[in-house]
Every structure is written in C-alpha cells, then in structure tokens.
Design a binder for this molecule. Structure first.
Ligand SMILES: Nc1nc2c(ncn2[C@@H]2O[C@H](COP(=O)(O)OP(=O)(O)OP(=O)(O)O)[C@@H](O)[C@H]2O)c(=O)[nH]1
Ligand SMILES: [Mg+2]
Length: 670
C-alpha cells in the first residue's frame, strides 16, 4: 500500500490529515505556488521559504485538514530536508517547464533522494511542471519515462503560479494521492486491478446482485448507487454506462444487465481516468480500509451484552437471512445444496460453520440444510458466539440491505433475573440441557429433535463431539428455538460444572426399564436443581419397554410430587408423537416459575384452554410475504439528487481534459 510519513493518523483506515511537501530545484516556483494558492494572486517578490500553512478541513475538497510545507535549500540543511521527507504524506516535486535541467534533476536527484529518505514507506509523488505561462508546449512527453521508472508517481500536472492555472488542482491531486491512492487498487505493470481489489469488488458485486443471477439489473445498479452515493442513478447515465461497456469489452453486458466483468471494467476505468475516489468510496462503504482489508470497526462493532442477558437475531436480522436463503435456494426446494451453500458464503473469507451442521439442525432427506435448519444454525451461532454472527453479517452485506449497522440484526435480551421475577420471558432462543446416566437415551432423545426418523443420524456417522441439536417449537403460537445440549457425563461421581447446570430448562432423563437409573437423576436434582430457579422436567425414557421398579427410596412419581415437579414424562423413540416433550421443555423455559402456563402437560385440564387464550400472541412473522415486500422496496427510496456518480461516469466516458495526466495513461500501448 501507499503509506507515507511516520506521523500517520488514521480513523477507520482513512487519514485524518494530509501533509504536503514541495521539493525541487531552486527557482522552480515552489514558494510562489504555495503563496498563489493561499492568496489567490501572484506576487513577484516572495520569500525563499513560505511558512508552514494549515488549510482547515472545511475549505479543502476532501474535507481533511491539510498542511503545506515549503523547502528552501538556502534556509535548510540536508538533515532537515531528510526529516521533512519522512514527515510528508505526499511530495510535490516541482520543475519548471521552461528549464529542462530542472526536470532532469527530478529524475537524477530528487526522486532517488526521496526513495532513499522515506525508506520502505514509499511516499506518493505528484510531479508538478510550473510556469506554463512561459511556454506554448507541453512537457508531458518528457515526463512519461520518469513516470514509468518511478511507480510512486501518482500523477503529473502542469500549472502556473503566475496565472493561477491548475493551482488548486495541483493541491487537490496531492491530497487525493494520499486519501485515494492508486497503488492498492491498480497494478501499473499489468494495467489491471490488483487481486485484493478484485476480491473486494467481487464481494460487493455479489451483495448487490439481489436476485443472485450473476448480473446487475437496473434496479440492482440503482440500489448500489443509492447506497454508495446516496443518490439515484439517472436513466441517461445507465444508458451511457451500458454503451461504454458494450463498446469496449465483450461480455460486459448480458441480457441488458451488467456482468461481473463489466462491473470490474467500470471500476478499472474510473481508476484509469483518475477517479480513484469513486472506487474508494464504494470500497469504504462496504467496509474496506486503506489496505483493502475489512476494517475491524466494520466487522466487529461494539455490542454490549450485560451479564445474565443473551443474544438473539432481531426481526431484521432474521429477515435479512431469510432473503439470503431465498436468493440462494435456486431450485426452490426449500433447502440449500452444498453448491448453493458455497455460493451463499462465497462473499465471506470462509463458511461460518463446517459439515457438522448436518447433525445439529434440521436437514432434508439428502442431508441439505433446510430453511428452518439454516435459521436454527444462525440462532445457535448468535447465542453462543455473537461476535461471529456480527462478523458474518458484515461479510454478507447486512449493512447494505438495511442501511444500518449489523448490531441491529441482534437483540440483546433482558436479564434473566427480570424474566424470573416476571415469571415470563420474551426470549426466542432457549438453552436446554439433557442430563442423565449413561445409556439412559439422552443422545437419542436429542437427535430425534432434529431428525424424527433418526435416519440421517445413525450413531456411526454422528461425530462423538456433537452434543448439540437445535430446532424450533411453538409455544402458545410463538416460535421458539431450542438449543438442546446433551450433557455427557462419564462417571456418576463426577460433579457437574456450572456451565453444565446453567440453562433455561433441564430435562433429567432416566431409563424407566432400568431399576438403577432413577437414582442418578434424583441425586443430580437434589444436589444441583432443587434450590435453583431452573425449571426441571423428569423424562422416563424407553417407556415402550417394561417399566422397572426403581431401586431408590422414592419411586419417580412420589419423588416428583415431593419436589413439586411435573410427573415423569414418558418418552420413547418408538412413539409416533414425540415432539410434545420438546414443546413442554420450551414452555417451561419461556414461563419459568409460572406453572399455570404448564397446564398443557395435563391433556384434559379445563384450565388449559383458558390459559392458552390468555397467553397466545399473534402468530410468528409471515416470512415470505414480508420478504417479498422487502424486495420490492429496493430501489424505490429516493435520496437527494447530487451529480456525484454522473460526474464520475461522465469523466469515465469522456477522456480526461486539461493538463492532468494520470499515471495510468502511461501505458505501453499508447
Ligand atoms: N512566469 C512565471 N514565473 C514564476 C512562476 N512561478 C514562480 N515564478 C518566478 O520564479 C522565480 C522563483 O520563484 P520561487 O517561488 O521563489 O521559487 P522557489 O522554488 O521557491 O525557489 P527556492 O526557494 O530558491 O528554492 C520568481 O521570480 C517567481 O516570480 C510562474 O508560474 N510563472
Ligand atoms: Mg522558495
């Protein structure tokens, strides 16, 4: 990258000030240039060295405070010169267009000296040919070989301190060389975008390709334009862009839409025409810093999660993910094939999860993640690693879809102690632990949660490390996501850790056919749960087998009534209706300490209907219709009409005017 000076100050990868140093032979007009800029008039008598000048941010074109520093061989030592070179962010090397020697000295003395003094921190250079009022020719021809030899030269401009021609342009280009450098974007030798730039633009293209057809249609281009420049795309500009693409490259346009190749070509054109700021504006909007890496601020915005609170996807976060799923479910089978999933995450450095999802969340008969499974996987990640969710939301382009920070994709729930006090929780994701002695059927129970037929989950293919399953259930008409954790205890004597105990509801599972089984969970209950506020459900597993009398001082039923627990819930893999148990667990988690809500446990309770009526809330969001609404809104929002983009394209379409010659015009072909 181009970085200069050791007083680099950055914010979000962008410099907060610019220090411009003017160097060159004696008498070329350095001091005159500075004074002409400041006073807007030419003075015959100038001191040998101008005082350092600071131009406040609001009067500079790029809104960055700018320091302009003069150099005078008569007043400064070589050491002082070296120091100034090191402090500079950009150096204007001035020659006089009417004195060939001064240009020769640029190549033979000044540029090598700058290279030497700024070491590996190659400082960007603007070549300035002063005194054009004295000649009727251009020195550009003589400048080409120098530009070719010294890649740090960003641009060259001819001007006159006397007539003020191109004076402000010169300082603007100097500022631009610092703020919107070409080097990270463009490779002069190959005359192509750099790999980093291509990677970034590829991601941006994919984010903007809302219907995922590999093309940007007019609506998508307009959305992109609106997002990056806060102004709609003028219809005529759209026509011009397409005309430029059709004329200059093959495959830049397909079916009347801009292809990835066309998109890249346009950005390349901006850079070649000296409109780096347009490409940089796009890149910065999508989170890239000066090194074309996604900035930390963009990927990891601060999110406060107080103790006792959890993190879930907000309605907007869910909606964004639903749109994403819909975009990539190309065959509309309600599931993502491995290829579709790869496509979906191709805008991220790597997928957020590995193959293990097949054992964690619902998948279809082919083992492909379903919509429900996809949302569950995100719910799990958001609950357990919200930082990663924020990071992936950024990669995927949440910020563009909703025009806001991705922290809005997250809900931080209220503290659990408030839920307990109110005996009700507004969370949508609960963590439930399944605890029981070895062979009591915990793992099978957890697996039936995501695969009722237990077909895809044959023990030999399920990795032993997978202890979590996630699925959704409805609790009084509201969709709740349950993260079931199989707490694997090897020895009955082993103590449970706080992490193994802390959850929203616990299922203590015993094998009803094994007389030695209940004692373990009875002890676990008394030791860890009797005094806790965690709701507990006792599950009598393998209820299809002959029930054994338990070798324990209390039989399960008596134990439950003694400790005011729900009676043991019979469960078996052979049962046809098994989901009930998960609904019960979810209900207990959603209404902790509000046992009236648990009446659904008693099938024929007259209370059940009444409580149900009291608790039922509107049904969950109708995904698909809301998504359709969301899609339709794209491109309809009109912003202020500024001619930013038009100007950009106008310049890209036309050839660059005036005396400015950007480096990139220095090509072998020309
Ligand atoms: N015709 C014309 N004369 C200029 C222009 N710029 C500067 N001069 C004259 O060139 C002479 C030198 O200008 P300075 O600004 O002192 O040059 P400098 O580069 O600062 O010189 P040192 O401080 O000695 O290194 C002065 O007589 C200026 O009036 C210009 O654009 N056109
Ligand atoms: Mg001077």
């Amino acid at each position: 990258m181009v970085a200069a000076g050791n007083t680099v100050m950055r914010q979000g990868g962008t410099r907060r000030n610019v220090r411009i140093l003017l160097l060159g032979e004696r008498g070329v007009g350095k001091t005159s240039l500075i004074l002409s800029l400041v006073s807007e008039e030419y003075a015959e008598d100038v001191p040998s060295k101008a005082e350092e000048i600071t131009i406040p941010a609001d009067v500079t074109p790029e809104q960055v405070p700018t320091h302009i520093v003069d150099y005078s061989a008569a007043e400064q030592t070589d050491d002082q010169l070296g120091e100034e070179i090191q402090k500079a962010h950009v150096i204007c090397v001035v020659y006089s267009v009417e004195d060939e020697d001064t240009l020769d000295r640029v190549a033979s003395y000044w540029l090598p000296l700058i290279r030497q003094s700024s070491a590996d921190n190659r400082c960007p250079i603007v070549l300035v040919g002063n005194k054009i009022d004295l000649v009727d020719y251009s020195t550009i021809e003589a400048v080409y070989p120098i530009m070719k030899e010294f890649s740090e030269i960003e641009s060259c401009i001819e001007c006159s301190a006397k007539t003020l021609q191109n004076i402000s342009e010169m300082f603007y280009y100097a500022q631009k060389a610092v703020l919107h450098p070409t080097t990270p974007l463009y490779n002069y030798d190959t005359q192509e975008l750099t790999d980093e730039c291509k990677t970034a633009l590829r991601r941006i293209f994919k984010i903007c390709d809302l219907d995922n057809d590999g093309l940007l249609n007019d609506m998508e281009l307009n959305t992109f334009q609106q997002w990056c420049f806060n102004t709609p795309l003028q219809p005529q500009v759209l026509v011009d862009v397409k005309a430029v693409l059709s004329k200059n490259i093959t495959d830049g346009i397909s079916e009347g839409c801009v292809t990835m190749k066309g998109f890249m070509y346009l950005q390349c054109l901006f850079i070649q025409r000296g409109r780096n700021e347009t490409t940089w504006a796009v890149l910065r909007k999508f989170g890239y810093d000066s090194d074309l890496l996604m900035s930390k601020e963009y990927i990891h915005p601060p999110l406060k999660v107080p103790l006792g609170c959890t993190t879930e996807l907000s309605h907007k976060g869910q909606e964004f993910l639903a749109v994403l799923f819909m975009q990539h479910d190309c065959d509309h089978d309600g599931a993502l094939s491995p290829l579709e999933m790869e496509m979906l995450f191709s805008r991220c450095p790597s997928p957020p999860w590995g193959e293990e999802y097949r054992f964690i969340v619902p998948t279809n008969e082919k083992g492909w993640i379903t919509f429900q499974g996809f949302m569950c996987q995100w719910a799990l990640m958001t609950l357990t690693n919200v930082r990663k969710t924020l990071e992936y939301m950024a990669y995927l382009g949440y910020n563009m879809y909703n025009n806001e920070c991705q922290t809005n994709a997250i809900n931080v729930t209220r503290e659990k102690k408030l839920d307990l006090a109110k005996k009700q929780s507004s969370r949508n994701v609960y963590s439930c632990h399944v605890i029981g002695p070895k062979s009591s059927g915990k793992t099978t129970l957890c697996r039936t949660f995501v695969d009722p037929k237990l077909e895809k989950l044959k023990p030999d293919i399920v990795p032993s490390t997978s202890h979590i399953t996630v699925n959704t259930v409805h609790v009084y008409g509201q969709e709740k996501t349950i993260v079931l954790r199989d707490i694997n205890i090897l020895n009955v004597q082993d103590a449970l850790t706080p992490a193994q105990i802390q959850c929203d509801a616990a299922a203590l599972v015993y094998d009803a056919s094994n007389p030695k089984s209940f004692e373990y969970i009875a002890r676990i209950f008394i030791k860890y749960f009797a005094d806790s506020k965690i709701p507990v459900l006792i599950v009598a597993n393998k209820s299809d087998l002959m029930e054994a009398k338990q070798d324990y001082l209390l039989q399960p039923n008596s134990f439950c009534s003694k400790y005011k627990l729900m009676p043991p819930q019979p469960y078996s893999v052979t049962r046809t209706v098994r989901r009930e148990i998960f609904v019960k667990l979810a209900t207990m988690a959603a209404f902790p300490r509000f046992q009236a809500a648990w009446v659904l446990f008693y099938k024929h309770s007259p209370l059940r209907r009444m409580v149900h009526m009291l608790l039922v809330k509107p049904s969950p969001i109708e995904w698909w219709s809301s998504i359709r609404r969301h899609m339709k809104q794209f491109g309809l929002i009109q912003g202020e009409s500024v001619v930013w983009w038009k100007a950009g394209l106008g310049l890209a379409v036309a050839t660059v005017a005036g005396f400015v010659v950007m480096r990139v015009l220095n090509t072998d072909k020309r």
